[in-house]
Design a protein around this ligand. Structure first.
Ligand SMILES: Cc1cc2nc3c(=O)[nH]c(=O)nc-3n(C[C@H](O)[C@H](O)[C@H](O)COP(=O)(O)OP(=O)(O)OC[C@H]3O[C@@H](n4cnc5c(N)ncnc54)[C@H](O)[C@@H]3O)c2cc1C
Length: 313
């Protein structure tokens, strides 16, 4: 890991060939060609604006839904957690609303909401990613999804310009979020955009009751998920009307091992790193599940986790 040799106009740190293993909850995978940790949002704008138009940027949060292949990612990874960290409650002007920057951990939103007498954010307590990652994934559980609570989002484009966007600008579904074409009208090329903040709305109510629900939800997760071993949560989306975990168990793959990766004995839709897993071990296990479930149950399971980068040559 080397710091950038030049003295650039931005304040944050640029690291070269940064191993993504330490930034992904699976604790496996290759390196990012460059890794940028902005000082704050203005610094991120400065950095992005200085990049070549064709430069590949990949924005990440806590890496809790991410696998970088062992050959690495030929892009500049932008790390938001700890950098875009503002959180403000709107107060009397808009009861129940808060503005949260993309790098804030989702559980912090849940705890802050409960502490301020808001209900409805509890589901975020068990999602170990950032608000930006949750917006990108439409993360959710126990019947709630983050986009149910979005009033507006702020994004940054590849030129470093900020945009205010409404939920109507997005196509949002189960673990799916896409900026719609009308938002990009006006003769512009469809630019990539990343989330830098969101205005979220929850329901003014009983904070103590919300706190109890958080405790209950976390207890259920501790009982049902392999939280002692590195993992990335549910690997596959649930197919309509069924559960990926049920299908994986039904075809006899619970406990299956490839190298250092194993289909969790506690929850069959989790793959855990036994200690020495490579990204290839994990991806091979994913492929084995897909092939076996397709052959025996006739269902193609689609990964929920994002897999990026190159395989080792
Ligand atoms: C133990 C465990 C339990 C989990 N439980 C749940 C659950 O109940 N429900 C659920 O939905 N998920 C769950 N997950 C998965 C994961 O926590 C969520 O998908 C989370 O929202 C990912 O956030 P992140 O910051 O870690 O994103 P990352 O893993 O860093 O990134 C995931 C994707 O989002 C993109 N992204 C990240 N930040 C931004 C941004 N600011 N703008 C644009 N794109 C961005 C990345 O490029 C990448 O494609 C779980 C994971 C673990 C490890």
């Amino acid at each position: 890991m080397n710091t950038h040799p030049l003295s650039p106009p931005w304040r944050g740190a640029v690291l070269e060939h940064e191993s993504m293993r330490k930034h992904c909850s699976w604790r496996a995978g290759g390196a990012a060609r460059r890794y940028f940790v902005p000082a704050d949002l203005a610094d991120l704008q400065t950095f992005v604006a200085q990049q070549e138009p064709a430069a590949a940027l990949y924005v990440t949060g806590l890496g809790s839904n991410l696998l970088v292949r062992d050959g690495g990612l030929a892009a500049t990874v932008v790390h938001t957690h700890g950098a875009l960290s503002g959180l403000q409650l709107a107060g009397a002007s808009a009861p129940g609303e808060m503005t949260v920057e993309a790098g804030v951990a989702a559980p912090k939103v849940a705890r802050t909401a409960a502490r301020h007498g808001l209900e409805g954010a509890e589901f975020l307590a068990g999602i170990p990613g950032t608000v930006g990652g949750a917006l990108a994934m439409n993360a959710g559980c126990y019947g709630s999804e983050i986009w149910d609570h979005v009033v507006a989002v702020t994004t940054i484009d590849a030129a470093g310009i900020l945009h205010q966007r409404a939920p109507a600008d997005y196509e949002v579904a189960y673990r799916h979020v896409r900026l719609c074409a009308p938002a990009l009208a006006g003769g512009l090329q469809p630019l990539a955009e990343w989330f830098v903040a969101a205005r979220l709305r929850f329901t003014p109510g009983d904070g103590e009751r919300a706190g109890l629900r958080i405790r209950d939800l976390l207890a259920r997760r501790i009982a049902s998920q392999p939280l002692q071993q590195p993992n990335a949560g549910s690997v596959f989306r649930n197919p309509p009307g069924d559960h990926a975990a049920r299908l994986i168990e039904a075809v006899g793959l619970k406990g299956q091992i490839r190298g250092g990766a194993q289909i969790s004995l506690r929850h069959a839709n989790f793959i855990v790193n036994l200690g020495s897993a490579t990204a290839a071990d994990i991806e091979d296990l994913i492929a084995e599940v897909q092939a076996t479930v397709a052959a025996r149950a006739g269902i193609r399971l689609e990964p929920e986790v994002r897999i990026v980068g190159d395989r080792l040559q």
